[in-house]
Design a protein around this ligand. Structure first.
Ligand code: NAD
Ligand code: SER
Length: 317
């Protein structure tokens, strides 16, 4: 049996930086091609192939697929919620056109399997916000959320109509230390750790009581790989799966950081990202991901904070 070769598009971002390393450990360095419009971390650039790719350029994408005989694509390139609100045309064009390029390649047999992430942003202000179910009212009011909801519909459509093996997760806000987040509403929960270590203080752009669903990157990567490795018959949802980690607000994360850095001070000044956060769920019901392919998160706020602080202290020294 020939081994799969994977192309990660958007490999220089917050998720790609860690996903590529994990995929290379599983599939072998030469079998995981990283690609992005910008260069990646030294670890990604030096451990295996990297190709510059603007996903809007379909012929360049095909050239890379042929060069490496790619069989799977992880499509991570996107504009995130806050950035997309500032450039709605690009947000819509990039988020939708990239997906349709990749789904069409799978439809015509050029690749065998696709991973494409959705987000809690598919939900909106009319969605029940506590323990938000898999199937519920979805009326997103951001260009990012609308693009993710439309993307989910296209994934399900391509699976049912053309048999495309596409798999997806609705990530909550992701917390990590290896790469900076790329312009989302949940980014405060990463920035706060950097600022706490560098300056001992942070001004949160979300208000004290803004509770959002969050997850630590190792859990998010494991969820992604577990879903992609699951036997096809276990992947019963082909739009996108709810997955949950933990939920907390800015006061709770500040208090947890103070447990490690007692001098740390948090202040609060909401900006335009507050309205986005207010439209999203506070917590997620992921029963179906647990039942279908055995998902279970591991990290809580305490263990996330411990790991973030240990690693960022090393990074800043
Ligand atoms: P990111 O912004 O950190 O990374 C995206 C990468 O895409 C960047 O490296 C960027 O250079 C690249 N990119 C942008 N335009 C491109 C183009 N035209 N061609 C090729 N590459 C291009 O984002 P991320 O946090 O790594 O998110 C990856 C995916 O996961 C996105 O679809 C995002 O919506 C989704 N997601 C992320 C989170 C989160 O909290 N990080 C939560 C939910 C969903
Ligand atoms: N973390 C992402 C954002 O805030 C959620 O999709 O945009």
């Amino acid at each position: 049996m020939t081994k799969d070769t994977i192309l990660v598009i958007g490999a220089s971002g917050q998720i790609g930086t860690e996903l590529v390393t994990n995929l290379r450990a599983m599939y072998g360095n030469a079998h995981v091609v990283a690609s992005d419009v910008k260069s990646a971390t030294a670890e990604v650039m030096e451990s295996g192939p990297f190709e510059q790719l603007d996903i809007m350029d379909e012929s360049r994408l095909k050239e890379i697929l042929d060069k490496y005989k790619v069989t799977q694509i992880y499509l991570l390139a996107a504009l995130l919620s806050a950035t997309a609100e500032k450039n709605i045309e690009l947000g819509w064009a990039l988020n939708m056109r990239s997906l349709s390029h990749v789904l069409d390649l799978a439809r015509y047999g050029k690749i065998k399997k696709v991973y494409w992430p959705s987000s809690i942003a598919v939900f909106g202000p009319t969605t029940p916000s506590i323990n938000t179910p898999q199937y519920t009212v979805m009326e997103p009011n951001t260009v990012y959320g609308i693009s993710k909801q439309a993307g989910e519909r296209w994934c399900e459509y391509y699976h049912h109509k053309f048999g495309v093996d596409v798999r997806s997760i609705r990530y909550p806000g992701l917390i990590s230390w290896k790469a900076q987040p790329g312009g989302g509403t949940t980014d405060y929960a990463v920035h706060v750790f950097h600022e706490a270590i560098k300056h001992g203080k942070y001004e949160s752009f979300l208000s004290e009581n803004t509770t959002l669903p969050m997850m630590y990157m190792p859990d998010a990567i494991r969820a992604t790989l577990e879903l992609m490795e699951a036997p096809s018959e276990k992947v019963k949802i082909r739009s996108s799966y709810n997955v949950a980690g933990i939920s907390f607000n800015p006061v709770e994360i500040a208090n947890t950081i103070k447990g490690h850095l007692p001098e740390f001070e948090m202040t609060y000044k909401s900006d335009e990202r507050q309205a986005i956060a207010d439209s999203w769920p506070q917590s997620i019901d992921d029963t179906l991901a647990r039942e279908h392919w055995g998902w279970k998160h591991e990290y809580d706020l305490k263990t996330i904070a411990e790991d973030m602080i240990i690693n960022l202290k090393k990074q800043y020294k």
